[in-house]
Ligand binder design. Structure first.
Ligand code: SF4
Length: 273
């Protein structure tokens, strides 16, 4: 029997809680089927149910169903081909990266506080977990897209960007996740924000507001309201109005998910752009 996206979806808890880093159980099922995302990324699956699903997926893959083989590797290869022929000094000016003349020539810039290095053949991190293929793709998109324009200096919601509505639920799920993770834990939020280099933004109405330099030309504003009189805590992520000079809509959602994972102490290993 085939075991495809809808079948996987039916076997999930279907609460759309977002704890897997996806905006919904259906998005998770799609990523499992098409991208090979591990079922263990859903923390709400009973081990026995998960084992049964994994067995059915493995049977399907043996029949040639599912994961598009090497789609991420193909995207990475394409972007590395692009940077292989690029003027690195121009890329450094555009992206705000440091330029190392090498050899090998390299761009150096922090991503969520961790220094990364882009050469003509690879992307590496100088600390923490090694970048996944998706992180590499994301950083190469940033390095090759950034126009060099300074931030616009006004904060906007993701859904107000052109052509962003279809992905806005995934973006906003990150805010919901952060809101839930730090409910009643303002001190822990302060510590987590400090670890990511967050600076108090001084907004009056939320309980906390921080600005993060997610990338040299991509600031992110986090607003957090703790629970109050029967209302649960909530959080919002806002972007600089010029963010599309540096990232496309899909890459911005990936950035938000990576930010949410980093802030809540999770790995980036399960994120799929
Ligand atoms: S973690 Fe993801 S797949 Fe699991 S129930 Fe929540 S949204 Fe659905």
């Amino acid at each position: 029997m085939p075991y495809k996206v809808l079948d996987i979806y039916r076997d999930l808890p279907r609460t759309n809680c977002g704890d897997c880093g996806k905006g919904s159980c259906f998005a998770f099922a799609s990523a499992v089927y098409l991208e090979g995302l591990a079922l263990s990324s859903c923390p709400h699956l009973e081990p026995s149910a998960r084992a049964e699903m994994e067995a059915r997926l493995a049977e399907g893959r043996a029949r040639g169903e599912g994961r598009r083989p090497d789609s991420s590797e193909q995207a990475l290869r394409f972007l590395l081909t692009k940077v292989a022929a690029a003027d690195f000094e121009a890329l450094a000016r555009g992206s705000g990266a440091g330029y190392d003349p090498g050899p090998p020539e390299a761009l150096e810039f922090p991503f969520l506080g961790v220094p990364h290095r882009v050469t003509r053949t690879d992307v590496t991190a100088s600390a923490g977990e090694a970048p996944t293929v998706w992180v590499k793709i994301f950083l190469l998109i940033y390095a090759t897209r950034s126009s060099g324009a300074p931030p616009a200096g006004e904060w906007v919601a993701y859904r107000s960007l052109p052509n962003a509505v279809s992905k806005s639920k995934s973006f906003e799920a990150v805010g919901e996740r952060i809101g839930g993770a730090f409910e009643g834990r303002l001190g822990e939020l302060d510590a987590a924000a400090a670890r990511l280099g967050g600076r108090p933004a001084g907004f009056g109405s939320p309980d906390r507001s921080y600005v993060f330099d997610a990338l040299p030309r991509v600031p992110v504003l986090l607003l957090f309201w703790d629970r109050q009189e029967g209302f649960p805590s909530r959080a919002s992520l806002l972007l600089d109005g010029g963010v599309l000079d540096s990232l496309d809509q899909e890459a911005i959602v990936f950035l938000a998910e990576a930010f949410g994972n980093r802030l809540t102490g999770k790995s980036l290993a399960e994120l799929v752009a």
